[in-house]
Design a protein around this ligand. Structure first.
Ligand SMILES: [Zn+2]
Length: 349
């Protein structure tokens, strides 16, 4: 079975970015070079897995399998003198998760220290550095793990042709970074930790082998394609959430004192609704329902692809994310996948 057939045979892929705790979740700031904290991995993941195991015992179904994408890159190397530190430090956890049916994946960030700005920033231009970051991170992680790692989710879901070709050359089978329709930047804040860019504007919903000349789409006739398979995240283009976002940005513009910006906002393209697995069920159900209504469970055989971050599992970590949300969303998702019980928006559990 090749990688595309493997995707089609999979009903749902849940991926976790196993990062250190981010500043919004009680972690170290981006202008701090000291080793970060890992409470999301140390406390959040074991608690979530225990709750999912309990749920599986109650329902008699298998526990939802998760792909744990572990940080390994030059930022980790610089911080801990070992790019694969996060694998080695928490190795008993990863090994026990793998033994229970989960998959170990890779999550590289292109974080580079800026002496000029005194902070970590996402390097998106220096190709030589980017290739070194990916090669060194991947090889270190595979060494620590003792085998090839087959799946990747890029930090901040960034890709360009260089990163996609590098992952392909390293022998990865799948990448799950695409968010179809989403585009951000590039802005003029390079060197700042605020600098984030990604471009999946032209990417569709189906898994594909990227064109050698454009990572965002499959190869056209006569074009060469890479061997790696890109598995896009499940998203919905929702008029309802589009209106909600427009109101939010109008309010923000008015608070900032710009009536012009409130009335004539910057062009932002179609609204892409892609909540994390840890988001409130009221937002998440809508995504499951759209995916199921698309017939993705049958004819298209397109997996439901979703993601979350370890620190979102911490109680009281702020924002709207939580492990409790993740549990409910998993229940709803597997109800839709296994039992075709499509949840309705008014269904409040
Ligand atoms: Zn990350």
């Amino acid at each position: 079975m090749d990688a595309i057939q493997k995707c089609q045979a999979t009903e749902a892929m849940i991926l976790c970015d196993c990062d250190p705790d981010r500043p919004d979740f009680g972690g170290t700031r981006y202008d701090d070079r000291r080793p970060p904290t890992w409470r999301g991995v140390e406390e959040g993941i074991p608690a979530l897995v225990e709750a999912l195991d309990d749920l599986a015992r109650q329902t008699g179904d298998d526990r939802a399998p998760i792909t744990w994408c572990i940080r390994a890159d030059l930022q980790m190397g610089e911080t801990y003198s070992d790019c694969a530190w996060a694998f080695r430090r928490f190795e008993p956890l990863w090994r026990s998760l793998e033994a229970s049916g989960d998959t170990i994946g890779w999550h590289p960030h292109l974080w580079r220290w800026s002496d000029e700005h005194g902070c970590w920033y996402q390097e998106t231009e220096d190709e030589r550095w980017i290739v070194e970051c990916l090669e060194t991170g991947y090889e270190s992680l595979c060494d620590a793990y003792g085998d090839h790692i087959e799946i990747c989710r890029m930090g901040w879901e960034f890709h360009n042709n260089v990163t996609m070709r590098t992952l392909d050359r390293l022998g990865l089978q799948m990448d799950a970074s695409a968010v179809p329709g989403r585009r951000r930047g590039p802005g003029n804040d390079r060197g700042s930790f605020r600098h984030g860019e990604l471009d999946w504007e032209t990417t569709g919903a189906e898994p594909y082998r990227p064109s050698v000349t454009d990572y965002r789409r499959p190869a056209a006739d006569g074009e060469a394609s890479l061997d790696i398979v890109e598995v896009p995240r499940t998203v919905s283009r929702s008029a309802l959430w589009g209106v909600a976002r427009r109101l939010r940005s109008m309010t923000a513009a008015l608070r900032a004192g710009s009536i012009t910006r409130a009335l004539w906002p910057r062009r932002q393209g179609a609204y892409i609704h892609a909540p994390m697995l840890t988001s409130p069920p009221v937002a998440y159900r809508h995504l499951i329902r759209d995916w199921a209504a698309d017939g993705a469970t049958e004819a298209n055989a397109r997996p439901f692809v979703t993601a979350f971050h370890a620190d979102e599992l911490l109680a009281g970590a702020g924002k709207a994310y939580s492990a409790r949300n993740a549990l409910r969303n998993v229940q709803d998702l597997f109800g839709a996948v296994l039992h075709s019980q499509i949840v309705e928006p008014g269904d409040s559990r």
